[in-house]
Ligand binder design. Structure first.
Ligand code: ATP
Length: 430
């Protein structure tokens, strides 16, 4: 049986992965806070992305741009006037909804028919004001994507590094979208984090790069534990693509609430660099080292939300089985993503000799493996259950036999099998 969204939300809260934002004041729609274990899982996901898409390439340049930018950036990119979603309002229950998420003319909230207004364009950019006066001069926007700060820095990177084509610029950064109806937990939020690459190519070469990216996205998803049969490609038809895009693939995932977009792979042509060249008056042309003709590079963009990927990974990892007649919940996370790699416990916490020995093992593993959790709360059965729920691949227990022969029990999360291992061989066996 696959997990329901409620199962995942409840585990995430209970075990300190994700809390509703501003919860003690009744929350804030579309905003979530990551707790101690969520931060670790998120960091591990980001590291996996960096390792695969940035550090593993010779031609990738990561930047970390400021969130705030001159509002002219957003005017040039078209977001200030055009980053819109179609909004409809129900005259019966006054719900505001996204027109493209509704089928037929029935309000999905109150169920009445024929109460929905004509759609109007709603701009999703969040505004803020810099300086003492809340006026046009101080107005700017919070970014809805990290891509624009990459385009704005394109020339800087070319001038500093003079990379060969193709090359990419990557960024992990915060983004804000005033979503009409945030929902489905981390799937649609108003404050999010994006992992984006803008891959610059010669206009004649975009197709081969696009194909390489398409394959790499699948390999990456496999590395972070998403089963192949839960990931699907959707070729976005021309009428649904941005007008400047000749090809876009949405990588969809079977979330507990249905098949939805997880990552977008878009060919953006030279649209963005051209707009910034026109608006800023600065050349965005690239001069090939072999003396060939200058050109404005075209761009391929894989873009994924960290939170959406986090939710997909949790959904894929959430597993229920039965152990000795009792229901068990565990997260089958790949070991490199697990927030805790190994938990160490003394069998009994009121036996100083066991605690002392367990502390020694804990310190050794912390040095040699890292990400170790000390766990002496409750009986051993409860500890295993708790570690299962947070996806800890191994639990090490120090018992009376340890004091005699320097072996410990290592319990495997997925099989629940236990084996005795010499302390000296522990690190290499985890
Ligand atoms: P949608 O049509 O669902 O609103 P989009 O097509 O506008 O999404 P993109 O602009 O392509 O989304 O965003 C790229 C990626 O950013 C998405 O694939 C998703 O992983 C993530 N993303 C976008 N909006 C949100 C959001 N509100 N909450 C969480 N993640 C998001």
């Amino acid at each position: 049986m696959s997990a329901s969204l409620e199962d995942i939300v409840s585990l995430a809260k209970r075990r300190g992965f994700v809390y509703p934002g501003s919860e003690i004041y009744g929350g804030l729609a579309g905003v979530y806070d990551y707790g101690p274990l969520g931060v670790r899982l998120k960091r591990n996901i980001q590291n996996a992305w960096l390792k695969f898409f940035v550090d593993g390439w010779d031609d990738m340049y990561q930047i970390d741009a400021a969130i705030l930018m001159n509002k002219k950036v957003w005017e040039a990119s078209g977001h200030a006037s055009g980053f819109n979603d179609p909004l409809v309002e129900c005259s019966n229950c006054h719900s505001r909804l996204r027109a493209d998420h509704i089928e037929g003319d029935k309000c999905p909230v109150c169920g009445k028919e024929g109460t929905l207004s004509e759609p109007r364009q709603f701009n999703m950019m969040l505004k803020t004001f810099l300086g003492p006066l809340e006026d046009e001069n101080g107005l700017t926007y919070l970014p809805p994507e990290t891509a624009q700060s990459i385009f704005v820095n394109f020339k800087n990177v070319v001038d500093s590094f003079y990379p060969d084509m193709p090359f990419g610029m990557a960024q992990i950064g915060k983004a804000f979208r005033n979503e009409i109806s945030p929902r489905e937990f981390l799937f649609r939020v108003r404050e999010l984090e994006l992992m984006e690459v803008e891959y610059f190519v010669h206009p004649d070469k975009w197709e081969e790069s696009f194909e390489k990216w398409r394959k790499d996205v699948h390999i990456f998803f496999k590395k972070v534990g998403l089963p192949e049969d839960m990931v699907h490609e959707l070729e976005v038809p021309e009428e649904d693509r941005a007008h400047y895009s000749k090809r876009t693939i949405d990588f969809e995932f079977d979330f507990p609430f249905g098949r939805r977009e997880l990552l977008g792979l878009a060919y953006r042509g030279d649209y963005d660099l051209k707009r910034h060249q026109e608006a800023s008056g600065r050349s965005m042309e690239y001069r090939p080292k072999d003396g060939g003709e200058t050109f404005i590079p075209h761009v391929i963009e894989p873009s994924v939300g960290v939170g959406r990927l986090f939710l997909a990974i949790l959904s894929a990892a959430y597993t229920e089985d039965e152990v000795e007649g009792e229901k068990r919940i565990y997260l089958k996370l790949p070991s490199h993503l697990a927030p805790v790699k190994v938990a160490v416990s003394p069998l009994l916490k009121n036996k100083p000799e066991l605690v002392e020995k367990a502390k020694e093992v804990y310190k050794m593993l912390q040095k040699e493996v890292g990400n170790v959790m000390w766990d002496d709360n409750g009986n051993i059965g409860k500890r295993y259950r708790r570690q299962d729920e947070i996806g800890t691949p191994y639990c090490v227990t120090i018992d009376f036999q340890t004091l005699e022969d320097d072996t410990v029990t290592v319990r495997n999360r997925d099989t629940t099998a236990q084996e005795r291992i010499k302390i000296t061989a522990l690190s290499s066996n985890l």
